[in-house]
Design a protein around this ligand. Structure first.
Ligand code: HEC
Ligand code: HEC
Length: 360
């Protein structure tokens, strides 16, 4: 459509110029002096010009007025452009964001709608969480099994990961799971530009925090990580969903603590849980020993307590998550793949989880 318009406009301009040249050609030809014998008329440089009275009178004044008018145009015009400049720049950024968001949405669409099917696995365009069909092979028996793998809600992904961390996930995927590497860095089909537009789209579908000023449109591209500002917390409806999920888990598993329920919560396809990364097989309904390790470390048998002799250190680690290259606990070095839960869960909920993990 755009290409078509540009082509049409180019043809119109071309036609106007062509007609202009033809008209000019004939007018010029008509007014042109005959070549031979036309010197009979006196050459212009030898004719007498206006005398001084004319030159220093109205003619001069007209030129001076013209000069003042041009000066006025500059004096008024330049500041007018300058005053408008910040708004113009903001408009350019907003326009770019909107285009990126739109392109990202096209990539995010289901296969049927011409996209890369993020929506198909992650629960629609709003990415509220879904399941992905997958085949797992038993390493011992070689038996292949069809399973459904939880694909976590992404409308809170910037509450747990920074922009760089999400970019890494999109580039390299999760190699053991249905989440394939999408970026060219990981061997996937998408360019870096595709990944950037997807990031802008993901930012646009985040649940808006109740407190804090971030997560507005203007913040999407230029603000530093992480995207949810200090003080930004989930709206009450989402908090209620979490407490209801805890109650539902406790009803199904009598005697389960709040920490155990939160650790294993399948709410929003595991978006709020720990088990999807720390319990092998949990994501596809065939969990091994709880917390004995998957993509995230084994948290049982006291190793975690050895890594975090101090409970408060462990609490702050879980609130912030790991960061690429940064030290955590006694001797841990983060990769950025452990999400932060400080913006998703309350301090009491995180304390309950930590107490549960430390008892394993
Ligand atoms: C075939 C299904 C499938 C498709 C298609 C898919 N994903 Fe995923 N995605 C998953 C699964 C399953 C996981 C969770 C993997 C795990 O267990 O760690 C995941 C994880 C993620 C995560 C990490 C979330 C977190 O909190 O750990 C992000 C971000 C993500 N996907 C974005 C995308 C985007 C963007 C696209 C489209 C380019 C996409 N996914 C396409 C299945 C899919
Ligand atoms: C998206 C996957 C993922 C989720 C969800 C997740 N973790 Fe992790 N976790 C990791 C990874 C990966 C590491 C290893 C550190 C790294 O690579 O940065 C880790 C490390 C840890 C460690 C440090 C272990 C050690 O001994 O060094 C603890 C403790 C931990 N996670 C607890 C939790 C708790 C509690 C939750 C839920 C509130 C949770 N994790 C949710 C992926 C995850």
């Amino acid at each position: 459509m755009v290409a078509l318009n540009t082509t049409v406009i180019a043809w119109v301009i071309f036609a106007v110029i062509l007609v202009g040249w033809i008209v000019y050609f004939f007018l010029n030809k008509a007014s042109a002096r005959r070549e031979l014998g036309s010197e009979a008329e006196m050459a212009p440089n030898r004719r007498t010009y206006y005398d001084d009275d004319v030159l220093e009178g109205r003619r001069l004044e007209r030129m001076q007025i013209l000069g003042v008018l041009l000066l006025l145009t500059l004096v008024i015009g330049l500041p007018a452009v300058w005053i408008h400049e910040p708004a113009r720049q903001a408009g350019a950024v907003a326009g770019k964001n909107e285009r990126f968001r739109f392109w990202g949405e096209e990539l995010f669409q289901t296969t049927a709608n011409g996209g890369f099917n993020c929506a198909g696995c992650h629960g629609g365009l709003k990415a509220t969480g879904g399941q992905a069909p997958y085949a797992v092979t038993d390493p011992n028996t070689g038996e292949v099994k069809a399973v459904n793998w939880y694909a976590p809600a992404l409308n809170t992904v910037f509450y747990r990961f920074s922009q760089d961390e999400v970019r890494f996930i999109l580039q390299y995927g999760r190699p053991f799971s249905p989440m394939s590497a999408w970026g060219s860095l990981g061997g996937g089909p998408m360019t870096d530009q595709n990944i950037e537009t997807l990031l802008v789209y993901l930012q646009s579908i985040q649940i808006k925090p109740t407190a804090g000023t971030c997560l507005t449109k203007a913040d999407f591209v230029d603000k530093a990580d992480p995207y949810v500002c200090d003080g930004g917390t989930l709206p009450q409806t989402n908090k209620d969903e979490i407490t209801n999920a805890v109650k539902a888990y406790q009803a199904a598993h009598p005697g389960a603590s709040e920490g155990e329920a939160l650790f294993n919560s399948d709410l929003s396809s595991g978006a709020y849980s720990c088990a999807r990364c720390h319990t092998q097989g949990w994501s596809y309904g065939d969990p091994g020993v709880t917390a004995q390790g998957g993509m995230g470390w084994n948290l049982t048998g006291g190793s975690t307590n050895a890594h975090f002799p101090n409970e408060t250190d462990m609490i702050s680690f879980i609130k912030a998550g790991s960061q690429m290259g940064k030290k955590y606990g006694m001797q841990g070095q983060g990769s950025g793949r452990m999400p932060g839960f400080g913006h998703l869960l309350t301090d009491e909920q995180i304390k309950a989880i930590v107490d549960y993990v430390r008892s394993l």
